[in-house]
Write a protein that binds this ligand. Structure first.
Ligand SMILES: Cc1ncc(COP(=O)(O)O)c(C=O)c1O
Length: 377
């Protein structure tokens, strides 16, 4: 990626700071399982995982087996839980690489256990209970029998019983309370069935921060590790530090006379003689086309509106009101010095998650780490 002129900066100190704040909220009784799926929400799974472990995380979670394998290949030895569905081939890999998996049904657990047994191992399984997400898992009233069945399988050990919230980010906590009560009832059934020694977990970032009763034995925050909003309705009790910034250099400035158009479809017409700067970032890099003629980027001297349609590899910004900005200057698409991730998400009518996850592999990640400043603070 020589001469790429566009990059995403990831501040690992910010990740550690967020992880420490979340670990403090979780308290001594709940382990911190750092969710680093989707390449650490676009930030880079292995560096984020290491930063979280340094900050007190005791385990990691990913969506798919291959993401767990990636962590193992990067030398990460801590427990890794695969949150999504794992089938037969995945079971083989999960067992080989020492990954814990989710059992979404007794049949699924049988597949996981059979594969582990074949390898002379034991599958570490978490029983997923569907308490209101309608996505994966057994019903709360099936949980006792399912857990007992899993615990009796020679190739499996029931490491956890878990669920997932649908609306822990809502100011109205009614549905979260209902889900938590369904989960508590399911756990009671599991215990009544004589199964012991498992961890209970249900809390994503929003629940960890806003539903203290949901912290239980382990919490699974993702978005808050990255310093982004777990809720648009509730404020966390600490100051989040957003970790990612997306930046690019102006590679050319074109003078566009009044009345001429900019970009595909001629969707922007210069109302005056304009200075148009080109940035080598487009929708294939994760800058949404929805920002065309709507978003802006930051320079030290101010904001420049995005004009014309965002292209696949490039985008144009109006520099007319920023006369000092020229070729080689750095634009901030999001991050300090430009719009925040949340500002971009709000403009696009989406959530912070999507903005950072969209930043594609083509954009080099540059890691910074102000550990010394952190130590002195
Ligand atoms: C099962 C599960 N647990 C935890 C998380 C982390 O959620 P969040 O990023 O909202 O903290 C996710 C993410 O979607 C998830 O799917």
């Amino acid at each position: 990626m020589v001469d790429r002129q566009a990059w995403a900066e990831v501040d690992l100190s910010a990740i550690r700071k967020n992880a420490r704040a979340l670990a403090a909220l979780a308290g001594d009784d709940a382990g911190l399982c750092a969710v680093v799926k989707a390449d650490g929400y676009g930030h880079g799974a292995a560096p984020v995982a290491r930063a979280c472990i340094e900050a007190g995380a005791t385990s990691l979670a990913v969506a798919f087996v291959e993401e767990g394998v990636e962590l193992r290949r990067a030398g990460i030895v801590e427990p890794v839980l695969v949150l999504g569905y794992t089938g037969e081939e995945g079971a083989r890999r999960a067992s080989g690489w020492g990954l814990s998996t989710m059992a979404v049904s007794v049949e699924n657990a049988r597949v996981l256990a059979a594969e582990a047994e074949r390898q002379g191992k034991v599958a570490r399984v978490h029983l997923k209970v569907d308490t209101g997400m309608a996505r994966l898992g057994v019903s709360p009233d099936e949980a006792g029998a399912a857990a007992a069945a899993i615990a009796s399988m020679p190739g499996a050990v029931l490491e956890g019983v878990c669920s997932h919230f649908a609306a822990a980010d809502a100011a109205d906590g009614e549905f979260a309370a209902l889900q938590l009560s369904r989960f508590t009832a399911a756990v009671d059934e599991v215990r009544k069935a004589g199964v012991r020694g498992f961890v209970r977990h249900i809390a994503n970032s929003a629940a960890l921060i806003h539903v203290p009763a949901a912290r239980l034995d382990m919490v699974r925050p993702g978005i808050a590790l990255y310093g982004l909003r777990a809720s648009t309705e509730l404020e966390p009790p600490y100051r989040p530090s957003p970790a990612m910034s997306l930046r690019a250099r102006v590679v050319q400035v074109r003078l566009v006379p009044a009345g001429e158009s900019v970009g595909y479809g001629r969707s922007f017409r210069a109302g005056r003689d304009a200075r148009i700067g080109t940035l080598p970032l487009g929708y294939a890099d994760g800058v949404s086309r929805g920002l065309s003629n709507r978003g802006s980027v930051g320079f030290p001297s101010g904001r420049a509106p995005i004009v014309g349609r965002v292209c696949m590899d490039q985008m144009m910004v109006d520099l007319t009101d920023l006369p000092k900005v020229g070729q080689g200057d750095v634009a901030t698409v999001f991050g300090p010095g430009g719009p925040s991730v949340s500002e971009v998400a709000d403009l696009l009518g989406t959530i912070d998650y999507e903005v950072v996850c969209a930043v594609s592999k083509r954009v080099p990640r540059i890691y910074s780490d102000s550990r010394m400043e952190e130590d002195l603070a």
